[in-house]
Design a protein around this ligand. Structure first.
Ligand SMILES: *Cc1c(COP(=O)(O)O)cnc(C)c1O
Length: 379
């Protein structure tokens, strides 16, 4: 008999994906109101959200949060095109789709760039980074991805920041899938800007990205932007002058993000949230290993965010049937998009407990049995 379908607090399937994610009932309920975009009630909530994000980043007094309507990529594009001046040059550290996407942004925006690429299961080389910066004084900025969600790899962001600072260059970080769960303190990891979004580890609904900006660097970014809407300096100036957004804000997203940040704090902030995700990740990897699945990454490179597993080669295994069987039981997983290996991914983030992750493993066990697949070699 199949396990009872799993459910989030609202009875929907659990999203074991890289985002958007399962959110709490209270985060969704925060949205059943209307607010005027210029009304004091909304503007106070908005101000609190921006301030709380700076607190989470460890940048009180030195950094500001500039939000950007849209998904996370809007924030990344705003960051690259607002901080890298037209005469600048970016060195992009890439080991997955998000590094590649940053390159595309630079190409379209006409920003000089160079890519330092490693395979998807390999962190950027710190010595190559060091050599490249030493050899090319025209490089003004380095772009790095904190957790590359393509594979789930944890890139050595603190060491990268150290090398970049030693050369006197500026760091731009895509911490989209890590911010709020993995430590990236603005003092320990010096950066000019860090991009993230509402719908990953902060467990809000999708619709707004944000860039945590070092205030001095943001002030110096005036006039860099090549688009009106993605101009972070201009967006920030509007908040400074009026407390208001330049264009229609995603009001409901922001009010529910405010609730999500309250829940983040109640869970113990970055430490508490990171601990739950680590527990989810451990349950997942241990349980999948017992069933005979192999993770792509060794433990020391694995971030507790999303896990890539090799696609089984058993002749009776079919990914679509596997996916559908899990979906029927209330768990939504994610296909892989790696070039190094045929794979699929299971996320550890969102409003999901280790207990619910055990439920997902029970569902995996059942679906394998239904397909007639045994992955574990006989001992
Ligand atoms: C999710 C994510 C993004 C942004 O993706 P959107 O689909 O635009 O929200 C960027 N970088 C990383 C590392 C991500 O995980």
């Amino acid at each position: 008999m199949p396990t009872k379908p799993a459910a989030s607090e609202t009875g929907d399937p659990l999203l074991l994906t890289p985002g958007p994610l399962t959110t709490s009932r209270t985060v969704k309920q925060a949205m059943v109101h209307d607010w005027g975009s210029r009304d004091a009630t909304f503007l106070e909530i908005n101000r609190a959200v921006l301030d709380r994000i700076v607190e989470i980043a460890g940048g009180v007094g030195t950094h500001v949060t500039v939000p950007m309507q849209g998904s996370g990529t809007f924030a990344v594009e705003a960051m690259l095109t607002s901080f890298v001046p037209r005469g600048g040059k970016v060195l992009l550290l890439a080991n997955g789709a998000y590094g590649q996407r940053a390159m595309k942004i630079c190409a379209i925006a006409g920003r000089a760039h160079q890519i330092l690429e490693t395979p998807e299961d390999t962190p950027p080389s710190l010595s190559k980074l060091d050599e490249t910066l030493a050899a090319d004084p025209s490089i003004t900025h380095v772009f790095a991805v904190h957790c590359e969600t393509t594979s789930g790899i944890l890139n050595p962001i603190r060491q990268i920041a150290g090398v970049v600072a030693a050369h006197g260059r500026r760091l731009l970080v895509d911490s989209m899938s890590a911010f709020g769960a993995l430590d990236i303190d603005a003092v320990a990891v010096p950066y000019d800007a860090l991009a993230a979004s509402s719908n990953k580890c902060l467990e809000g609904v999708p619709g707004v990205g944000f860039v945590v900006c070092r205030l001095d660097a943001l002030k110096a970014a005036k006039g860099n932007a090549t688009t009106l809407v993605l101009d972070l300096h201009d967006q920030w100036q509007a908040f400074e002058r009026t407390g208001q957004w330049r264009f229609t804000p995603p009001i409901h997203v922001i009010v529910s993000l405010h609730q999500a940040i309250e829940e983040h704090r109640a869970e113990g902030g970055v430490k508490g949230r990171g601990a739950r995700y680590a527990a989810n990740c451990k349950v997942l990897i241990d349980g999948m290993a017992q069933l005979g699945f192999k993770p792509l990454l060794p433990p020391e490179l694995q971030a507790p965010i999303i896990v890539t597993f090799h696609m089984p080669t058993h002749p009776a295994f079919g990914f679509q049937a596997f996916y559908d069987g899990l979906k029927d039981r209330g768990y939504v997983i994610y296909p892989g998009k790696l070039t190094v290996a045929d794979s699929f991914r299971i996320g550890c983030i969102g409003r999901i407990s280790p207990e619910q992750m055990k439920g997902a493993l029970a569902a995996v066990t059942e679906v394998l049995a239904e397909m007639g697949v045994t992955l574990k070699e006989a001992a």
